[in-house]
Design a protein around this ligand. Structure first.
Ligand code: GLU
Length: 528
């Protein structure tokens, strides 16, 4: 019977939820959903020294905001609550001779490291404590000497070795056949020989030389497990079928496979995602800008857009299509189309994509989402002001906000841009009078046109003051007077907005209303 696909996101609460972690979570989620499976969340909080207050909440909030819903919500694993379980399995491994006690002091280990570095060899535990007799170990334990438990990487587990039992069905070539290594059971344990090979779902066949693998600590001196032991036990107990994680963990996988084997368990399949890179091809980090998920939220990115964008960081749909909803992604996603090369994070592309989502958004929803960004802007708080004349708006005046925001909707890339983009609707525009000049025209000409507009526009009854009438009316004035369009529309727009770029003066004038618009044009004339 085919097993239900199960993936898990297993973050450590050590700070922010990084955008790279969200992409890992997304790919795990998509793989599970695409295969009708389950996506679980597990909090890997065994490292007390790296734990950061509040970071578990940040993980929950980030996933919720991004819309990545996980299964089995009432049973999220917190590893810090399972110490006894890990210790039980560690004891079993010691019993089986697949792990051993190590009593080396920090000073000894440091000295050993220094010597190894001086000899230009990669630092690794020298297996000093493997020489201890059973009696010596017993005495030390009895005396309460501080100790750790280390896994014993030894040749009896290799060759032949295949990660992920199901690989055999798929006929993956076992590379260890090409590197025959002696199986010397009971031979001096100081030798680690052989190659460990597994099939990575993204990278294909990956091999590690056992010699390169350290005798990893499984239980630390504080009794807590290391990542490796807890990770393997929990993936097994949760019946995880596919481990999809960042490439940083690739070198841990042989250790994990050895643990699965030692514990007599089938290993899941593994896929390691390449890193997200900055445009300069270095690892994406804070110095490149926002990296944490909640920071993107604060900057006014929409979760749908961020998810869509990061899905394309490493996954190639194989078509020209770029806009994908989460549901689309669930349908289309496959690991075969995930690339091995690192993906470059391009903030401009994300901005563009966010803009696409904003354009399509329901206006009422957009207004609600923009409101906090407007309110956060000091000049518009607590109530907006800055009208030349007439009543002041209030935040409750959604009708006015709707008009303003609808004008900016096609041009907005991030929600946080809304305060700056719409500033002139809230406060009287500030600009240099030189801006009123259109190309070769001078200020005298601008003044003349604006005065002419004040005179003519005053004739329009209040109820006819809308963009279509204004456009038709002003264009007719231009044509009758044989005027140049820019000579009229440019100073008009600047008088209304104080900007070089903005929506059309007709749209702006409609939203500002007759009184306010004429007031601003008069102010411009006074300026000159
Ligand atoms: N706790 C690890 C992390 O924060 C999980 C790695 C894994 O998925 O095995 O990335």
């Amino acid at each position: 019977m085919k097993k239900t696909v199960k993936t898990r996101f297993a973050p450590s609460p050590t700070g922010d939820l990084h955008i790279g972690s969200l992409r890992t979570a997304l790919f795990e989620y998509l793989f599970a959903k695409h295969n009708g499976g389950e996506f679980l969340l597990r909090i890997e909080d065994t490292d007390q020294t790296r734990y950061k207050e509040g970071s578990t909440e940040v993980i929950f909030e980030g996933l919720k905001w991004a819309g990545l819903d996980y299964d089995n919500k009432d049973n999220i694993i917190f590893q810090s609550k399972r110490t006894e379980i890990y210790q039980k399995f560690a004891a079993q491994l010691v019993e089986q001779d697949d792990a051993y006690y190590c009593f080396c002091s920090a000073e000894r280990l440091e000295k050993m490291r220094e010597e190894q570095i001086a000899r230009k060899v990669a630092p690794k535990y020298d297996r000093h404590c493997l020489n201890l007799s059973k009696e010596e170990i017993g005495e030390k334990l009895k005396a309460g000497e501080p100790h750790v438990i280390r896994m014993k990487i030894s040749e009896h587990i290799s060759p032949p070795f295949e990660g992920g039992v199901s690989r055999r069905d798929k006929g993956v070539v076992n590379e260890t056949n090409n590197h025959p290594a002696p199986i010397v059971v009971g031979a001096p344990l100081l030798r680690k020989e052989g190659i460990i090979t597994f099939h990575d779902l993204i990278r294909g066949q990956v091999s590690f030389n056992l010699k390169e693998i350290d005798d990893q600590i499984l239980i630390k001196s504080d009794g807590f497990p290391t990542y490796h032991l807890a990770n393997v036990i929990d993936d097994h107990e949760s019946e995880i079928t596919h481990v999809i994680r960042a490439e940083d963990w690739l070198s841990s996988t042989p250790k994990h496979l050895i643990l699965y084997k030692a514990l007599g368990w089938d290993a899941p399949e593994f896929g390691h995602l390449s890193l997200i890179l900055a445009p300069d091809k270095s690892k994406l980090s804070k110095r490149h800008g926002a990296t944490s998920v909640l920071e993107f939220k604060k900057l006014g990115y929409l979760p749908e857009a961020l998810i869509n964008y990061i899905a394309l960081l490493g996954w190639n749909p194989g078509t020209e299509q770029e806009i994908f909803s989460l549901k689309d992604l669930e349908k289309e996603f496959s690991l075969e189309k995930v690339q091995k090369a690192g993906a470059i994070f391009d903030i401009n592309k994300l901005d563009w994509m966010n803009g696409e989502y904003i354009k399509k958004m329901d206006l009422d929803k957009l207004v609600d989402l923009c409101l906090p960004f407007l309110k956060a802007c000091p000049e518009r708080s607590p109530e907006y002001s800055g009208r030349v004349e007439g009543p002041r708006g209030t935040w409750e005046d959604k009708k006015y906000l709707k008009k303003i925001i609808s004008l900016e909707q096609p041009r907005l890339n991030k929600l946080s841009d809304i305060a700056e983009a719409t500033a002139y609707f809230f406060t009287e525009p500030q600009y240099e009078k030189e801006l009123l000049k259109w190309r070769k025209a001078d200020l005298k000409d601008a003044k003349e046109k604006l005065e002419f507009l004040i005179e003519k526009l005053s004739e329009i009854p209040n109820e006819d003051w809308n963009k279509n009438n204004l456009e038709a009316f002003i264009k007719e004035l231009i044509s009758i007077g044989k005027l140049e369009t820019g000579n009229v529309l440019w100073p008009l727009r600047v008088a209304l907005t104080g900007r070089e770029k903005s929506p059309s003066p007709f749209e702006v004038a409609e939203v500002l209303g007759k009184e306010e618009s004429l007031g601003r044009i008069k102010k411009a004339v006074e300026k000159i």
